[in-house]
Write a protein that binds this ligand. Structure first.
Ligand SMILES: *Cc1c(COP(=O)(O)O)cnc(C)c1O
Length: 361
């Protein structure tokens, strides 16, 4: 009898592990493991959802025109070059499905986001991991890792889980240097946290081989409703739209995202508060002997002496009701990724790390 088997590559995929949200037997938990906005979504987004509830029996828009128009107006972009997805994860998935297959290579960095590898394998392509330099994207290493088979190059800028980023001149050098058959994908999941940074939008407009992805899951506080978008040359948008499900985003999600992107004052407030508490947290951890690289995102990669100390600290934090993220799966076994929470959460995590470093277990 013929055996039922999935496509090549599928069984090599390691299941994505999300940030934990509970600890057995511990109440009053503070969750700093998934880079969520501690203040949640804006009031305007919540109100838009309450209104959208009355339209739940209607099929949603297939072309997302109101949301694309709102994004374009707010960011000064061209709405025709925007595609919306079920989180930016879906845009990453579309890119791999459309441009990479068996025999093709998808380049990502050593401490790059897990979805690049997962989506590459799902498409039957081969993920290729290249080194970073001291937890920073290394353009020369990426260029050296490209071959005739490279179809996609993914970098997150700022990167998760390192929190570091590279400058526009380096990104331009990368876009210029990759092979002619390859697309550079700039994952801007944390771009909103960087004052004055366009995530690479202008570079997308200037070239034909660069795509930018963005999300509503982080600064906009809408991770639970799943909306992301991509900005790309028109011919790439046209390709991706052919594999996008016509009703991939719900009415509720579209309404929430449209209201959220228009609420500039809330975005500004969240960015400023993140910057303030991120600086505070990095300094407080440093005073307790826990260094980190300068972060440009909404989390800090706290470095410990070794894997044993990082894991012991994680367990101690959990015992005290604080959940952070282990990043051994990102080749960073001696580090913990800590999301920048509200002031009380930041004080609590810094205090608890201090107790741990002082010898409490
Ligand atoms: C969180 C994150 C995403 C966003 O995922 P969504 O599917 O939009 O929720 C994308 N890239 C990176 C690097 C991230 O950290």
């Amino acid at each position: 009898m013929a055996k039922i088997v999935p496509q090549p590559g599928i069984m090599d995929i390691a299941l994505y592990e999300g940030g934990k949200s509970k600890v057995d037997g511990v109440s009053n938990i503070v969750k700093l493991s998934s880079n969520e906005n501690p203040f949640g979504p804006s009031e305007a987004a919540q109100e838009a959802v309450r209104r959208a509830v009355h339209e739940m029996h209607r099929y949603p828009s297939t072309d997302h025109t109101p949301l694309r128009t709102a994004i374009a107006e707010v960011h000064g972009l061209n709405a025709d070059n925007i595609i919306c997805g079920v989180g930016s994860d879906e845009i990453i998935h579309f890119l791999c499905q459309a441009y990479a297959g068996p025999g093709d290579e998808v380049v990502h960095t050593e401490h790059g986001f897990a979805m690049y590898k997962i989506s590459a394998k799902a498409a039957g392509a081969t993920p290729v991991e290249v080194k970073e330099t001291e937890r920073v994207t290394d353009v020369d290493a990426i260029l050296a890792g490209c071959t005739k088979k490279t179809k996609l190059v993914f970098i997150a800028n700022p990167n998760n889980p390192t929190g570091t980023m590279i400058g526009m001149a380096e990104i331009e050098r990368l876009a210029e240097g990759i092979p002619p058959q390859a697309i550079l994908v700039l994952d801007g999941a944390y771009a909103e946290y960087v004052e004055g940074y366009d995530g690479g939008a202008k570079l997308v407009e200037a070239r034909d081989n660069v795509v930018m992805t963005r999300t509503f899951s982080k600064l906009y506080g809408l991770g639970g409703v799943r909306v992301g978008w991509g900005y790309a040359p028109k011919d790439i948008i046209d390709v991706l739209n052919r594999i996008r499900g016509p009703f991939n985003l719900s009415n509720v999600a579209l309404a929430a995202a449209e209201a959220a992107v228009k609420d500039a004052a809330y975005v500004e407030k969240c960015r400023a508060e993140n910057t303030r508490m991120r600086t505070w947290l990095a300094e407080a951890l440093m005073e307790h002997g826990v260094p980190s690289d300068t972060s440009t995102a909404n989390f800090i990669l706290a470095r410990f002496a070794d894997q044993e100390e990082a894991e012991a600290c994680d367990l101690f934090l959990q015992k005290n009701g604080i959940i952070v993220r282990r990043v051994a799966g990102y080749n960073l076994p001696a580090a913990l990724r800590i999301t920048v929470g509200d002031e009380a959460s930041c004080r609590r995590v810094a205090h608890t790390v201090g107790l741990f470093k002082a010898g409490e277990r």
